[in-house]
Design a protein around this ligand. Sequence first.
Ligand code: GLN
Ligand code: ZN
Length: 763
Amino acid sequence: MVTTHNLGFPRIGAKRELKFAVESYWKGETTRDALKAFGAELRQRHWHDQAALDLVPVGDFAFYDQMLDMSFTLGNLPQRVQGFHGDTLDNYFRVARGRSAKGTEDHAACCGGVAAGEMTKWFDTNYHYIVPEFTAATEFKLDASRLLEQLAEAKAQGVKAKPVIVGPVTYLALGKAKDDSNKLALLPRLIPAYADLLTQLATQGVEWVQIDEPILVTELAADWQQAFTTAYAALGNGKVKLLLATYFGQLQDNLALVAKLPVAGLHLDAINARDEVSAVIEKLPSDRVISLGVINGRNIWKTDLNSVLNWLEPVARQLGDRLWIAPTCSLLHVPVDLNSEQKLDGDIRSWLAFAIQKLAELKVLALALNNGRQAVTAELADNQSAIDARRNSPRVNNPTVKAAIAGITKAMGDRKSGYAQRAPKQAAQLKLPAYPTTTIGSFPQTAEIRHARSEFKAGRLNEADYVKAMQSEIAHSVREQEKLGLDVLVHGECERNDMVEYFGEQLDGYAFSQFGWVQSYGSRCVKPPILFGDIARPNAMTVAWIRYAQSLTSKPMKGMLTGPVTMLNWSFVRDDQPRSVSCYQLALAIREEVLDLEKAGVNVIQIDEAALREGLPLRQSQWKQYLDWAVESFRITANGAQDETQIHTHMCYSEFNDIIESIADMDADVITIETSRSDMELLDAFENFQYPNEIGPGVYDIHSPNIPTTEHMVNLMKKAAERVPAERLWVNPDCGLKTRGWAEVTPALTNMVAAARELRAAH
Ligand code: GLN
Ligand code: ZN
């Protein structure tokens, strides 16, 4: 008999209930007890949703983040919050979100202001965890209370509980040594805390514990491989059985290591690492459980159940009771319930599965494996017809797009001339001063703007009035920019609620859910658009707005587009063609928009690629392949432009060292980047590479409400000019200004323009 289980369930709730509950607690509108009670209610609901499984995850719930939960379980709190004398949950939120010092001066050392923990991406997902902090002096002290309480709750509800924890090596690997000490030196102190935890779980009658070690799908140096051997020699073979869980990729070089670890079972992502399944079966001792992740936990498509059974049935015959099946990874990365969707197009809806539907698929697979396919004939037939309908749908397959993809040539990615020839032509056209100033695109999204947009969407505001409202916003932002004395203006993006959704809504091949929320971090969720079909652009998307904005000023107006790689990386993408093909399709569609803007007389066009870096594969050995098609997609998008048209790109991060060659390959005339918080040090990468084109290193942090001084920005730009010739420098903020108010933006930009003038005068 095959066993079914799940690695984790989305905790945010089908209607984002958890988000609203914690946010109302943060605002002081509800009590801590009410929040805790609500957490218990959600857990109960989610366990109920998983009741058909043989083993149900417990401990995957978190009020903010599962890594932060683990830090608290291990007693590894950052030094700065250790003196706190309030409730643990409040301290947990202090680490998660930071706390301003206002009004707490008397308690500075204990419960006053603290900096938030650093946050970073969980592997190659869009989930962000709070980075564990270490120093050479870090000690661990187990506090199993959270896990034990949830276990007791589960038991009281008759849940077949399988506690879930982050494993010790992944925990160390993902943390950060604040004093640059060697994190691995902490392993001997960490292992006893884990051993203690496992013993406590065993005392509660737990049989299996899922111990997540996704770091095993990355390249591990020899000392980290050794850490696995050491840790599991101490933790394996104990009173509880360990299911070592890996996901998101292949084990590759780590396979031999994993096969030797004394754990009772191994979970493998059998979609990403399908090719490794037979090697794992061969290498693992014959008493080990093998759990195969056969339902994709990272996308929203129905599984092709018959085709999974075709390869899984022989495996099941071979493994017998040793086979477990599950989704590939925690379902944290998918929305909760497709049944919430009332407005989604019927065809598309019939092709999708969210968390609850994925678990139902798992159940069908288990029944088929245990009792034969005839036990689930109707379910398999239904599934097959949905799979076939999607595969053959004219809405998915557009022959014109396929032909255009086949017709892509190398020349489409090339500008007519190199940067050195283009730059003087652009200069002659644009007549910009030294240290030209610009902004990144968006201006404050005021309550009135959002109201007008939502009224229009709801049909309560007619199109003509909506256009009028937006035009008046555009006119306002153009006037402000002229008053400020900026050199290259933007229209302000008032008509966009989101830089991906705005374009997705106008492209064929994209669909939008109502409740397809996925947790991004803490209470923040994103609702990725669903890229389901071949991408085509029926109409121009931005031209009318930009043309209107340009008509209001004699200064150059910058057209504003989202690039193909960012569109791709922030969407749920197709599983029926390579990501690269979807990306090229997006590139062709946005290329048409570039050419239309150019035809409309727009001489400066920015193509945002905020998420280029996010798409990097987990293994460095696969980076080049990704970067090649990602950069080529950008080039196809941008490089149909005439020499006189100045192409800008923007990226909101600050690590360029390892991808600088690809950034240079993009060949944008101007790149604006986020640098203000790094004191311009990250320009070193550009300097060392002798990056040839223009750069706008952000001079102020738009995430902060502080108004930067002119002097501060002048100093930053002087540092920039030590690394990049002044002739190729621009002056701009770090990113778009949509989250700020005009009361902050106007003085900040006033100072920024003053800084540029001071620099020019000294030039
Ligand atoms: N043009 C966008 C804006 O200004 C860029 C946002 C981003 O890079 N995340 O809002
Ligand atoms: Zn940005």
